[in-house]
Structures are given as C-alpha cells and as structure tokens.
Design a protein around this ligand. Structure first.
Ligand code: COA
Ligand code: AMP
Length: 630
C-alpha cells in the first residue's frame, strides 16, 4: 500500500488517532482532551479541551526555536516599486506591537476586527495580531464594493476596522477610505474606531473615528503576549458567496486549522521550514488566509506577499522574476493567472533569463484547471503541475496529488484523490452513490476533517440548511463531478448559483437581486458562461415590466454599473440582454441551466417540463451570438 493510501485509510478508520498524530506538530499550552468530540452531531469539534495560540505557532515558536533571523515574509510590490523583508523576529515584534495597539483600543479575546486592506505587510500583521489576542478577524476582499463591506460589518459586528488609504490595481490607485466610509454609513452596526494605514500613493482624509496606523505604532509601548484560546475558539470569519445576497460567514477554529494546515504543508505541498512558498492570491480569499499567511508560517517557511498581477506589472514575466529572485520552491495560484500569462506570452519566452532551477512545484486551484492550461504550464516549466480542489469552507485541499507522500500519475482535468479525512462520495438526486463515470453531487460524509467549518457565524441553522440538509449525514460541497474507474476525481462545476470568475467566487443569485431592483426590470436571470481568460463570466438577461420602454444598450450599461456599485468591480457582469421573456418550466422555474448550456455551445437537452418552447427558441440566436469568442 502506498503512503497516500495508508494515510487515507488510517484517517477514515481511526480519525482521532490520525489527527492526534498531526496535532503533535502544533505547540499546545494544554493538550487536547478529546481529539474528535462527536457528542453533538452534526456539530463536531476537533481537539476539544486543548488550548493554543495560532500566532505563537506561526511566529514566536520559530523565533524561540532559533529561526528568528530567517525571512518570514517577503513583500514584493511591483506596483509601488518596493520590496521589503521581515525576519521571523521582526514579524513577531511588529505583530506583537500591533497587538499591543489593539489591546489599547480595548480589543479582547472573542472581539471581531474587520480587515479591509490591500496586499501590504500591515494586513498580515493585523491578521496575526488578532490571532495573538484571540480576537476574530474577518478580512474583506478589496475588490468588493461598499455595500458588500457593509453587509459583512453588520454580520460580524466588529469593534474595530483596520484599513488603508488605497490599493493599487496595476497602474490605478483605488482609494479605499471613501469605500470604507460609505460602508460604515450604510451599516447599522458602527465600529468604535478605524485604524488606517496611510500609503504615500493616496493620503486619506481622516475623521474623528480614524486613527493613523503609523502614529499608533510609534506610540505603542511594549509588545503584547500571546493569549491562550481554546482549540475550538474561532480564529477568523471569512464570508463567501452563497446563493443569495447574504454571504455566508465561514468560521475557522484555531486548533483544527493549525493541525490540518501544518499537515498540508508537509504532505500536500512538500514544503518545509526554511523553504520559500508563494501563494499568488489575495489575503481577502481563503487561499490567501491559508497559504499566504497561516500555513507557510506555521511550517516555518518564507512566505511571499505579492502586490501585483501575473501580467502588466510590468509584463507576463513577473511570476518568473519573483520565483527566481526569491528562490521560490512552490507556487500556488489560480489557473486564470496562467491563462493570462499564456495569452500575452504564448511561447513562454519571458522565462528566459530567469533562474528557475530551484522551482519545484506549481499548485493550481480556485477553479477547474482545464487540460490545455495544464499542458502549457507543465511543458513550459517542466515541474509537476498539481491541480487541487478546495473551498473557503474547508480551508485546505479536499482533493489533491500529495507531493509529500507518494505522487500519483497525473490525469489532466482531475485533482486526483481525496485528502485524509475527506470521505468523499458522488451522490445522485436520491442520495445513492453514483457509479464510476456517472456525474453527481460531490458530498463528504461527516465528520469533516480538521480546519473545515464547524458552523456559520451565529447561524447554526443556516449551516445545516446550506450544507447538511440535502443529504443527512453528508456535507454537500455544491460542486458536481464524477470519479473514473481508477478513483480519480473530476470536479466539473457548481451545481448551485455560484460561479467562479477569474478564481473569484461570486453568486449569480446576488447579481439577480441587484438587476431585479431596477425599476424597469420585471424579471431576470444571471448564469455563468465559459470565458477563455477568466474561466467563467456572468451573463444577464432581463425582461422589462409591461409598458416600460428603454434603450437596451443604455439600460444594459446602467445595470452593469449597478452591479459594479453594489457588488464590486470583480463581479464583471458586462453582457446583459433585454429579452421579451425567459424560458420556464410549467411550475415557473427559470431554465438557467438550459440557457447556460446553449450559450456554452452545448447540445443542451430541453426539459420536457418546459412551459412554452417558443420562448427558448426565440432566445437561442441571442444566447449563441453573444457567446462568440470574438
Ligand atoms: N481591489 C480593488 N479592485 C480590484 C481588486 C482589489 N483587490 N482586485 C480586482 N479588482 C478589480 C480589477 O481592477 C478589475 O477592475 P476593472 O473592471 O475596473 O478593470 C476588476 O476588479 C476585475 O478584476 P479581475 O477579475 O482580477 O480581472 P483583471 O482583468 O483585472 O485581471 C487576471 C485578470 C487573470 C490577471 C487576474 O484575475 C489575476 O491576477 N488572477 C490571478 C489569480 C487570483 O488571484 N485568483 C484569486 C484566488 S486564488
Ligand atoms: P472558494 O470558496 O472561493 O475557494 O471557491 C471554491 C469553489 O471553487 C469550489 O466549490 C469549486 O467550484 C471551485 N474550485 C476550486 N478549486 C477547484 C479545482 N481545482 N477544480 C475545480 N473547481 C475548483
């Protein structure tokens, strides 16, 4: 039996034994008393009775253990033309100083702190400082608009918000402060204070509520010690798109997270202490939380915080520069980044002149890795290219090819096998297991392994409704797919109203809510269509209210602007058609899947339950025309 097979088998046969072993790599103040507390299903607790501090494990432990002078964080920012390194000691001290600032602002264990920041070191310091105090951070991605931020503020009810004067998107300066102010105006809950990092690219006008990061840090006296928290206490809340305008507050605990992420660095990523790990993502997404901040630091690696893009900062050779300049062993990004590079430099000529000899692995996730992109990257880089599949809810890979165990032969289009603890099943509509090759709902038998969400923030019912109710005893991933005869998993796409645009998870249901709020719109549908660069992009159809006339182009532009204003620029809903009607079933359900299939050029079967086939027939040319690659 291979090492992977052995680990997987043990994790299901004896979950407590398997994860107790993994947890031994974490420093505990008090060892866990019960490894898996299954006394209250479907709510499971990992490492109950144990106490620890995640920031201690990520920073202090390495300083105390002799890694104080090793680089912990390299901030590489082509958009500002700066780079800065922090040793473990420096990052620990900076974090402990900011934790002292937070304490001075009355932040205590269990308090929430919202972080709305660009990719600057202060963002990492703020996250770790919260962890140090046992405060719960909730990072909101910078590409979200004020309304999205307001919704999260109202759900997390933070005592404090940490932000910055601006972010930099390529050559554009995005002022964050006006967005923050607008969000706080809109939110019912008001934070007691806001801490703002003033960046030289745009200085924010401060109000009575705003405190200046640099002034607070200069005035700080002393360094705050780590606070012991329960393994089951929340480390953070990260909101993710569901099927409605209300995002889901995924809760991450401290103990399970530390144990699973530490295990993953060694076994999935084969990257350890002293080695350089780079996740080219954003701290606002789960990839950023897990693999820019926590996992590489827990493992004693050097992590890279890259404030730039795969292309345009300054060119499609940016990734190769960072890899060679900082001796990156493992890069983790989304396939869309590689598609962007390939589009600009199809031959990969820009790799010339960069020393990539220490580069060992390319890990891709966030959306389906299409076989074309896989082959292009593998041929160019001549290193293993590993597709792995996971979600905000899990915090680490559900399926992967574990490089630190025994790597498997790659099958392009497949993220290989489930990781330990994930008892993965493909279920049909009735909950029966599908045969190899048959597509179904991908579900995981409970309990989920450590690091996976124990619940949603203050919403146990929502947790059950969203994930557990469909198939009792299972967690529903929301993804559809199949396993082949060799057991390889294929994840083919979401089965709900969630789409992945350039690796960003967005809700079509939420976009529909925005479109439907326009006074001219009677009804609408938004669905994802394939896109060469971004994998998927949203597409909208609207039906006008009776008696209303509107110029279709002007209305489409107005609706696109509403989406940008309400959800944010990343929503990128650009194609909106005004149509006479939407195809529905006889019971009134809009046939989104059918329209999506037609728009994607598939030979999509028309359901027998369709109410008026003429409506769909009339739409066909519109759906097909607008999906031309040109
Ligand atoms: N703050 C403010 N605005 C942001 C933002 C942020 N943090 N991130 C993105 N945006 C804006 C962009 O500027 C763009 O605005 P525009 O419509 O005014 O041009 C819009 O949101 C769409 O952004 P994006 O989807 O990133 O598209 P893009 O065309 O700017 O870039 C890629 C395309 C492929 C280069 C980019 O998506 C990328 O670098 N992907 C890498 C993978 C990745 O980070 N995935 C995340 C999860 S792992
Ligand atoms: P997020 O929660 O933002 O990380 O998005 C999770 C979703 O992204 C998953 O439910 C999938 O739909 C998709 N996804 C992530 N990784 C992969 C992958 N390797 N293959 C296919 N889909 C993926």
């Amino acid at each position: 039996m291979g090492r992977y097979e052995d680990a997987f088998r043990r994790s299901l046969a004896d979950p407590a034994g398997f994860w107790a072993e993994a947890a031994a790599a974490v420093d505990w103040y008090q060892d866990p008393q019960v490894i898996l507390d299954d006394s209250n299903p479907p709510f499971y607790k990992w490492f109950a009775g144990g106490t620890l501090n995640t920031c201690y494990n990520a920073l202090d432990r390495h300083v105390d253990g002799g890694r104080g002078e090793q680089h912990a964080l390299i901030y590489d920012s082509p958009v500002t033309g700066t780079a800065k390194t922090f040793t473990y000691r420096q990052l620990r001290d900076e974090t402990a100083r900011f934790a002292a600032v937070l304490k001075g602002l009355d932040i205590q264990k269990g308090d929430r702190v919202v972080i709305y920041m660009p990719m600057i070191p202060e963002a990492v310091v703020a996250m770790l400082a919260c962890a140090r105090l046992g405060a719960i951070h909730s990072v909101v991605f910078g590409g979200f608009a004020a309304h999205e931020l307001a919704v999260r503020i109202d759900d997390a009810t933070p005592k404090l918000i940490v932000s910055a004067s601006c972010g930099i998107e390529g050559k554009r300066i995005i002022e964050y402060k006006p967005i923050l102010d607008k969000a706080i105006d809109e939110a019912v809950h008001k934070p007691a204070a806001t801490v703002i990092v003033q960046r030289p690219q745009a200085t924010a006008a401060m109000t009575a509520r705003d405190l200046d990061w640099h002034e607070l840090m200069a005035a700080a006296t002393g360094l705050a010690p780590c606070v012991a928290v329960d393994a089951t206490d929340p480390l953070y809340i990260l909101y993710t798109s569901g099927t409605t305008g209300k995002p889901k507050g995924v809760v991450r605990d401290n103990g399970g997270h530390a144990a699973a992420l530490t295990w993953s660095m060694r076994n999935v990523y084969d990257t350890g202490a002293g080695e350089v790990f780079w996740a080219a993502s954003d701290i606002g997404w789960v990839v950023g939380h897990s693999y820019i901040v926590y996992a590489p630091l827990l493992a004693g690696c050097t992590t890279i915080l890259y404030e730039g893009k795969p292309v345009g900062t300054p060119d499609a050779g940016a990734f190769w520069r960072v890899i060679s300049e900082h001796n990156v062993k493992s890069l983790f990004t989304a396939p869309t980044g590689f598609r962007a590079i390939r589009k600009e430099d199809p031959q990969g000529t820009l790799t010339a002149g960069y020393d990539l000899s220490r580069f060992r692995y390319l890990f891709l996730a966030g959306e389906r890795l299409d076989p074309d992109t896989y082959r292009w990257a593998a041929d160019l880089l001549k290193v293993p290219v590993i597709d792995h599949w996971w979600q905000t809810e899990t915090g680490w890979a559900i399926a992967a090819d574990p490089m630190g165990l025994d790597p498997k032969p790659t099958k392009p289009g497949s993220p290989t096998f489930p990781m330990p603890g994930y008892d993965l099943r493909i279920l049909d509509e009735d909950g029966n297991e599908a045969k190899p090759g048959d597509t179904g709902h991908i579900a995981i038998r409970l309990p989920l392994p450590p690091s996976c969400l124990p619940t949603l923030w203050h919403d146990d019912e929502g947790f059950i409704r969203s994930y557990l109710a469909r198939y009792p005893g299972y967690y529903l991933t929301g993804d559809g797919g199949y396993r082949d005869a060799d057991g390889y998993l294929y994840v083919m796409g979401r089965t709900d109203d969630v789409i992945n645009v350039a690796g960003h998870r967005l809700s079509t249901g939420e976009m529909e809510e925005v479109l439907a709020s326009h006074p001219a719109v009677a009804e609408c549908a938004v669905f994802g269509v394939a896109d060469e660069l971004k994998g998927e992009v949203p597409r909208g159809l609207v039906v006008l209210k009776a008696g209303v006339t509107a110029d279709p182009e002007a209305l489409a532009a107005e609706l696109a602007a509403m989406i940008r204003e309400r959800i944010g620029p990343i929503a990128a809903l650009r194609t909106i058609d005004v149509v006479p009607g939407l195809p529905k079933t006889r019971s009134g359900k809009i046939l989104r899947k059918t329209m999506r299939g037609i728009a994607n050029g598939k030979d999509e079967p028309v359901p027998s339950t369709i109410d008026d086939p003429a409506v769909l027939a009339g739409l066909r040319p519109i759906l097909l025309r607008r999906n031309d690659p040109g």
